[in-house]
Write a protein that binds this ligand. Sequence first.
Ligand code: AMP
Length: 405
Amino acid sequence: MSAARTDGPSRVLVLNSGSSSVKYQLLDMADRSRLATGLVERIGERSARHVHTPADGEPRERERPVADHAEALEAAADELAADGLGLDSPELLAVGHRVVHGGRRFSEPTVVDDSVLAAIERLSPLAPLHNPANLEGIRTARALNPRLPQVAVFDTAFHTTLPEHAARYAIDVATADAHRVRRYGFHGTSHAYVSRRTAALLGRAPDEVNVIVLHLGNGASAAAVAGGRCVDTSMGMTPLEGLVMGTRSGDVDPAVVFHLARNGGMALDDIDRLLNQRSGLAGLCGDNDMREILARRDAGDERARLAFDVYIHRLRRYIGAYYAVLGRVDALVFTAGVGENAAPVRAAAVAGLGSLGLAIDEGLNSARTRGPRLISPEYARVAVAVVPTDEELEIATQTFALVGS
Ligand code: AMP
């Protein structure tokens, strides 16, 4: 990605409009500093919460109803303006938007015009919770300052390099193509950033290294990255496939759906909610937060132990699978909330895999260090690393590279 340039405006506002929240960060790409961060959550509920934190000041928090994403973004723009950082400021170069689904069409960050908006809208059936919210964020930001370039950075883009044999489900091709059924993958911005940052940690160029990235947050996915290109990933047509997640099941036999509909008397929407919201760690033990699960497991709670064991088993299956996909692995890297913070998860994920060249140094693994770091012993054939993800910085970097002077 291009280095920071200092001539011309260098600030990028990054917007992540989720289904019921808007997160934003204002970054200055001249020095990659953060000038402000904010979050509006519980949009559309009786009372929303807006926390705005300027880089050099105390957080400002407000609770009041916020009807929709447009209102949320207007509130964010007001807070930024109060610090002299409004959307009309001449230092602001562009707005970079996280867009969840870019389908097959968007393999790169893209300056938004009407045809791009229409294309994102056509992809909404594939991401019904996310793309409409992303679109509303783009439309509102555009209305607030029509002269400002709006750049869409797609969660799926990094995975458009998936070879056909990894992107295809083994189902009838005509049916699949008619309904755009294929594996798109998600968390791509994080996988791109973390795999590149891991190469830097190893002191090597991204195109020289093969990396398995484990993005373990409330949503979780694995990616096999060969020489900087993604060749496989665990999420599929939607973010439901793959690893065990906070509330999502990850892989299940699709016949479970037919069985629950035919014999369990469940409607399709109920099964959708079951697999997306009442499954994963929460479904197995009632908690979706790995901190709680580890504490309960350590106190002897059997359901928490089962949840942990199922989570780890699935993770190890993907590590083994991606080892075989890549052939040679230079690094295994953990990122996101669980990956960055849960040492017992990292230890269990690679326990006993010495014959694959994978080992963890217990002292390095349990050290409470921030920032990218190696946790494998010096003798290990494969580097094991913890690399904090930074999707906002990656979106700002890609936006700046596209529209910076
Ligand atoms: P993310 O989606 O990346 O923000 O990750 C959120 C998840 O990270 C939470 O639901 C927790 O399960 C997990 N998490 C955060 N901090 C810790 C920690 N110190 N130990 C274990 N898990 C953590």
